[in-house]
Design a protein around this ligand. Sequence first.
Ligand SMILES: O=P(O)(O)OC[C@@]1(O)O[C@H](CO)[C@@H](O)[C@@H]1O
Length: 390
Amino acid sequence: MSETVDAPVILSNEPGSFAWGVLTERHPALIQRVRDAFPYGPEQRRALDALLKESTEGAIEPLRQDAPDHDQWNAWGRDYLGRSWLDVPFLWSESYFYRKLLEAVGYFEAGPWQGIDPFRPFKQAELRTEEAEAELAALDLLALKPVDDQAQALLHGSLWGNRADLGFRMVSGNNGESSSDTPLVADDSEVLWSLLPAGRPNTVCLVADNAGRELVPDLLLIDHLLGHQHAERVVLHVKPYPYYVSDATTSDVIECLRHLKQADGVAGVVGTRLWAAVGRGRLTVRAHAFSCAPLPYAEMPDDLRQEFADATLTIMKGDLNYRRLVGDHLWPATASFAKRTEYFPGPVAALRTLKSDVIVGLDKRTEELLVAAHDQRWRTSGTHALIQVR
Ligand SMILES: O=P(O)(O)OC[C@@]1(O)O[C@H](CO)[C@@H](O)[C@@H]1O
């Protein structure tokens, strides 16, 4: 099979497949959770029920005529509206589901529910778990270690933080604990550090994934990059609106910074430093509309392309960003990461735990060992992780 031409686009219509499970099990469970988490009135409850019915039994319907992005989604969905949710590309249907969930709860509509993040209670609870507290307390000990060890630990903290994804944990039963003793299936961390020599005017774009227990370690890594002159400036890309359950928005960044700032010990010092870095423009938060587009990064608009082109390194966090980076296709696992990302306008690194079928850049031996030990579950179970750089 020619890796660049023929790898099939992932759909959700194969019973038992990962994508099928997301649409038929994960999404209904999420609707129920959101319904239970807020005292929604009859209008929102009816709309949530309608979304459940539509997404499990019906055909894909357009957004409300008065939705601000109605025309945009109609254009993106030209080939998909009216079809079964299971029969269209998984990346598109999953992204559209989150957009429709916001419509159901009145997120964009003038009125009392406007701007209320339906996932906020779950994100908030995340920050206050015992494990999250322990992770912050561990910074006091880490600060005593050699700087290189700190750097590697913070990189791994950010990487494994990606396992703390609420959508994933709702169904897998995974408790979000780190598997950081599992060897990475690909590890280009040396290349990553070599791209960020200290003392140069480097700009790093970090394209965030989840809030809470992923965003906190991302911020800790950013503080290290700034503090040890690996970056003069960091641009933190977040979602312009709630998405994929726990994806970070600007509000989540503020919440995490406040949380850090109020913590004891080193965590509190880091929080104060990051707060000041935002004030000085060394850390910028960016919420580009394309971050919530149902499209691969290969189709990014020119302004975003220019931003990534200008960066010394772009770090893509998480599974969804990985799917968008390499394309949501069933590539052979040994397909080249460099080739899949050659369109990207600058150096790019992926930090991701494996939570969907997409994977490239493995060597044959690694793939064989993974298949022998775990059948195909290693691709989606979140027990494995990678750092890939081009
Ligand atoms: O991007 P993230 O948070 O790492 O992962 C998102 C995720 O949990 O959601 C999708 C299924 O709902 C999959 O792409 C992936 O497993």
